[in-house]
Write a protein that binds this ligand. Structure first.
Ligand SMILES: [Zn+2]
Length: 80
């Protein structure tokens, strides 16, 4: 499935392919998505700034996570 990361500040989105709504993004997927969402050096928006949804706009809960010392995001399932 594809999930859509949103940045409400720049009004940008990034699509990422994951196995399901409880997946951990690889750090490379995370970095690519963050570049797409912001890409401005020294910007303080934080990259991900808004919701993560599936393609039907169902919101997915998430938390920041580390994989091998690199930051990424863990999807925690649909928001109930
Ligand atoms: Zn920014």
């Amino acid at each position: 499935m594809k999930v859509i990361l949103q940045n409400d500040f720049h009004l940008t989105t990034a699509k990422v392919e994951v196995d399901d709504e409880q997946s951990v993004l690889s750090p490379n997927q995370y970095n690519r998505a963050m570049r797409k969402l912001c890409g401005i050096k020294c910007c303080y928006c934080g990259g991900l700034r808004g919701k993560i949804t599936d393609e039907q706009d169902n919101e997915i809960d998430y938390m920041f996570q580390f994989v091998s010392g690199r930051q990424t995001i863990e999807l925690l399932g649909y928001v109930k």
